[in-house]
Design a protein. Structure first.
Lengths: 363, 363
């Protein structure tokens, strides 16, 4: 089973293919572009190379003494301006051209960094994304947002640059750590809340298959998440309006991550808690029925995600939310949920209400 | 006299205003955005600050201990990824937001660097260009190409990011060095060859006023160059087709600069020689009448630009042309002139013909 979704309303078209046959298709495409005299430059990290180096091999072009593969140290620390500079120098030394292709083979860190490099080298070269984590498959590899971190915050420097091709192979998910896998599930639940309710039903009824990482179940879930995201991105590629809904739970989530430390709170846990806080805020601000949050608490708990975080001190979290990069002079635009499948964005929320959101997740 | 040109077919609209009243308009706009609670972050260099610091003052916002002004060392060396990283950190420490404005106040180096920073900080913030050299007024400040250099070559990393506002004040030109002024004149002659012949007549008949830097004459010439460039950019913002014509003379010019060294050959001189080589190639490839080149040699000489460079060795120059960043797997796309005002791009030119171009400029 292979599925295919096309993003056509964007500055550059983007084709997303997924399923068991995706890796074979990737190798075939790489052979085609090489026959056309073009080169592919692969960026990955040590962990992904150790697990999937064999699948990478057909993608690596050699060239005049410069290797067509760049292996980064894993982890967010490598997603820096300094790493981008190293990759730019690598491409320029290899004589990479406008019609050559950067292949981001790895999780969100690799995709964001290599994507930013591809967006800016020669003012933009072709980009393929091969996301190997659940988080990057359902979220960061699709839609063209690429970025690096600054010492002062995550993703503060970046671009919008659509990958020409995204290849989503469910087999990659079998080698993820429990924490990496959970990180993606938090994001999947976000899509379930934003979309029409069918995905939420699937997550509730197929929890066991999800936890067992059944490839067919996951492939179908990832497809639904990607289809939803693709439609949102087509409508608002550069994040001036409706794309903000994809931030549901993330204003809280990012503030929790940065306040508690990224190593203390994995992204999936932060999103899980952030979603619940956002639902609590939605109850106050737009009258979301309270049984929705109870239902989501059950689902998140069944998926192994945290639903409470003891001992939060509110003030530093509220301060971090004020520094959120989506903030403008007019304040934070907050994403609320009227009901399942009915988000609204740009909602002004006062600090007292944000505190009520935090109270909902700290016992 | 103030003139105004709007770029509307681009991803983001861009308004270009020029003339004696341009600086007053800039100060007024800055006051308006500050009244709206937004901030302006000015990037400049030491030379421009020394000459025009007073005109900058109304543009500088203070903020919680972080100065709203960043003064770079002058020269291309500062247009690096490392400088961009310093500017990103500066903006993030100042808490600059999406609707705040980066103001590039200086020549091409400042505009390219600050523009790249604005294109990428928070995936793009607002940008104003205040070009202070003739070269940046007629060329680099308009059209949204921004970039930094790599050790391996100029402008290898960048983006397309339209300035919301470009303010072109002819008074800035009075403080330019002879070499900086000449650099711009080379580019002006390029526009005269690309456009319909009227600008070429103006340059020939008003040579004395141009050399005397008469503000009214210059303002009108700059307006014509910008109007021509704006129309080309509207048609092909991201440089996939016709925008290539703006590269007339530059494939040779860049190769001469990089082979001889940027300090040996100022940009204007390189463009002057490059234009003549491109005209010689055009005679061979597309039958440009030879009297055109004779006419252009006279004009360039009258404007104080070089028309011959003794002792060129051809092979390294041809090699540098092969490494041009516009090159694709299919080869260099060369810009030729059928006649004044009739350029064509993407022309395949063999090495023997390129050598004939170089022979035309080396005695």
């Amino acid at each position: 089973m292979t599925w295919r979704i096309e993003l056509v309303g964007t500055r550059q078209p983007s084709v997303i293919v997924g399923g068991e046959g995706a890796l074979a298709l990737l190798a075939e495409r790489a052979a085609m572009v090489r026959e056309a005299g073009l080169r592919t430059f692969v960026v990955t990290d040590e962990n992904v190379k150790a697990a999937w180096g064999g699948s990478m091999a057909p993608l690596i072009s050699g060239s005049s003494g410069v290797e067509g593969l760049r292996v980064l140290s894993p982890g967010e620390a490598g997603k820096s301006a300094a790493s981008a500079a190293i990759c730019w120098d690598w491409l320029s030394k290899a004589g990479a051209r406008r019609d050559d292709i950067v292949v981001a083979f790895g999780g969100g860190m690799v995709g964001d960094l290599a994507g930013f490099v591809a967006a800016t080298y020669l003012r933009g070269v072709r980009l393929w994304q091969v996301p190997t984590t659940l988080l990057s498959q359902v979220d960061s590899s699709v839609g063209g947002k690429v970025a690096v971190n600054l010492p002062n915050g995550k993703n503060l420097v970046g671009a919008f640059h659509q990958p020409e091709l995204v290849v989503i192979y469910p087999g990659f998910l079998s080698t993820l750590s429990a924490s990496e896998y959970s990180s993606g599930l938090g994001e999947v639940v976000k899509y379930a809340l934003l979309s029409d309710g069918r995905l939420l039903d699937v997550l509730e009824t197929k929890t066991a298959a999800i936890l067992a990482r059944d490839p067919a179940t996951l492939s179908s879930i990832v497809e639904q998440c990607v289809a939803f995201k693709a439609a949102v991105v087509e409508e608002d590629e550069t994040d001036r309006g409706r794309r903000a809904i994809l931030n549901l739970g993330h204003t809280f989530g990012h503030a929790l991550e940065s306040t508690l430390g990224y190593h203390v709170l994995p992204h999936g846990a932060a999103v899980s808690l952030g979603l619940l806080a956002a639902l609590a805020v939605s109850e106050v601000v737009v009258g979301l029925p309270t049984d929705t949050r109870a239902r989501v608490v059950r689902l998140l708990a069944n998926l192994g995600l945290p639903t409470r975080m003891p001992g939060l001190t509110f003030e530093p979290i509220l301060e971090a939310m004020g520094r959120d990069k989506k903030a403008t002079a007019a304040g934070i635009g907050f994403v609320c949920l009227d009901s399942i499948g009915a988000p609204r964005w740009g909602v002004r929320v006062d600090d007292e209400t944000l505190r009520r959101g935090l109270k909902a997740i700290t016992p």
